[in-house]
Ligand binder design. Structure first.
Ligand code: GLC
Length: 457
């Protein structure tokens, strides 16, 4: 009997310490809520244009896909490196812009699908120090130093599967042995995916994990697991675990690795992901990488409301910028980030370290008649208010100020001991009624984007 008791206790202890480890690993990330994505590389040189004409693609118009979309031969594409000279790049500036925006982490493309390493790599000459870029130094080093200085977490995006210059995979159909026609566009592209994994991907990932200090990177962000079978994914996974077992990884490695985080791209899931951490990554305009003709900027209001929506569903917001080849973050992005930062300075308490809503229906509901593209009931979002929580507190994030200045919150069982605005601390009357509570608001919303009422319960 005693023996079984000991075995079971050891087993429970092992399991709980494992669960604890994951909780510990994710703690800062869950607290952070808001991060900066940076898509930067040689693709910022053509910036979506070839021979003076805009390039569009079947899959996407993203500027970082130009080599694929326009089927640019390797030699021609590689000549763009000569023009990649980010003389205006200042890592301190970038990190300060992110910090002032209220962002807590940065993920930068260390290598995108074009295979260009934005770091000094001994593994392939197709990198910022050895290709013909006049810049000739490692911008990730600068960023690592600046992030350490400003207390910003730094993560690396690495395109582990697709690599159009080093013999990795290419988006297209694949029968397990050869890529079907239409995928490959230059005989110089070598498609031994296994050689690429062994000789390029794994060694470069080691470089990235080893060369930037103990705490950098904190995250490794995989992408497009095209042709990543279990064997290939496992090689990468093992290499990472050997060097930085505590690192946070997303769900895009491939094989049967689910990673730590779900990665809804460009959208906010209707109800979040039950039992999973998640992060919506999103562009501020349309393209991830800098694109000359992309002026379709989301408004600051949309971005702030997205952040509220995401936090209310328990997720993180990874908002993207695409710097130019000179190393400048586009001004419209800087302007929006500064505005978000001002808003967070006043209202951040409702975002950082918050838990999801206690209610749920305020985000919208599934239609009983309309269907989405998959034939499932369509989610109809509502943009009136959102809610986040902390122990003893409920934050009501009000998008539409009620005309009668009364905010009716139904379904709240707990007694409200105090209600006030985060904007100015003004105490509000909260009247308990049978169905919940009615809060009397001032005539005008104190914040032009989103005003927040804190309820202490
Ligand atoms: C995609 C694209 C890519 C971008 C990424 C960001 O899958 O291939 O260009 O980096 O999404 O989430």
């Amino acid at each position: 009997m005693r023996k079984y008791f000991i075995i079971i206790s050891v087993w429970i202890f092992t399991l709980s310490s494992f669960a604890q480890t994951k909780t510990d690993r994710m703690a800062w990330w869950k607290e952070a809520k808001f991060g900066l994505f940076i898509h930067w590389g040689v693709f910022s040189v053509p910036a979506g244009y070839l021979n003076g004409k805009p390039v569009h693609g079947d899959i996407c118009d993203f500027s970082e896909w130009i080599m694929f979309n326009a089927k640019i031969p390797m030699a021609k594409y590689q000549s763009y490196a000569k023009q990649f000279n980010p003389v205006k790049f200042d890592a301190d500036d970038w990190v300060k812009i992110a910090k002032e925006a209220g962002m807590k982490y940065i993920i930068i493309t260390a290598k995108h699908h074009d295979g260009f390493a934005m770091f000094c790599s001994k593994v392939s000459k197709w990198n910022i120090c050895d290709a013909s870029s006049p810049f000739g130094r490692d911008p990730l080093k600068d960023l690592a130093v600046a992030c350490t200085k400003y207390g910003m977490k730094l993560g690396f995006y690495y395109s582990q599967a697709q690599d159009w210059n080093n013999g990795g995979s290419v988006w297209g159909s694949y029968d397990g042995i050869t890529l079907k026609s239409g995928s490959k566009w230059d005989v110089a592209q070598e498609f031994s995916m296994d050689n690429y994994i062994d000789q390029i991907a794994v060694p470069q990932i080691r470089e990235l994990l080893k060369n930037y200090g103990d705490d950098i990177p904190s995250i490794i962000w995989w992408d497009t697991a095209f042709n990543m079978n279990q064997n290939r994914a496992e090689k990468i996974y093992k290499a990472v675990q050997q060097i930085k077992p505590g690192i946070i990884m997303n769900n895009r490695l491939g094989g049967d690795y689910n990673g730590d985080t779900e990665t809804p791209e460009g959208f906010i899931p209707s109800k979040g992901y039950e039992g999973r951490d998640w992060e919506t990554c999103m562009t501020m305009n349309d393209s991830w990488g800098y694109r000359l003709d992309d002026n379709n900027w989301k408004s600051t209001e949309t971005l702030i409301r997205n952040l509220c929506d995401i936090a209310s569903k328990g997720g993180n917001y990874l908002l993207n910028v695409g710097p130019t080849s000179e190393g400048q973050i586009p001004q419209p992005s800087i302007d929006r980030m500064a505005e978000i930062g001002k808003w967070l300075h006043v209202n951040g308490e409702a975002i950082y370290g918050s838990g999801p809503t206690k209610f749920g229906d305020e985000a919208g509901n599934f239609s009983s008649t309309e269907k989405d593209s998959k034939g499932k009931p369509k989610f109809i979002p509502s943009w009136v208010w959102r809610c986040t929580t902390k122990p003893g507190k409920i934050y009501l994030m009000i998008f539409q100020w009620p005309a009668n200045h009364k905010f009716e919150l139904s379904g709240l069982q707990s007694k409200v001991t105090k209600a006030y605005l985060l904007a100015d601390g003004k105490i509000l009357e909260a009247k308990q009624i049978a169905s919940g509570v009615t809060i009397t608001l001032p005539e005008y919303a104190p914040d032009k984007y989103v005003s927040i009422v804190c309820l202490e319960i």
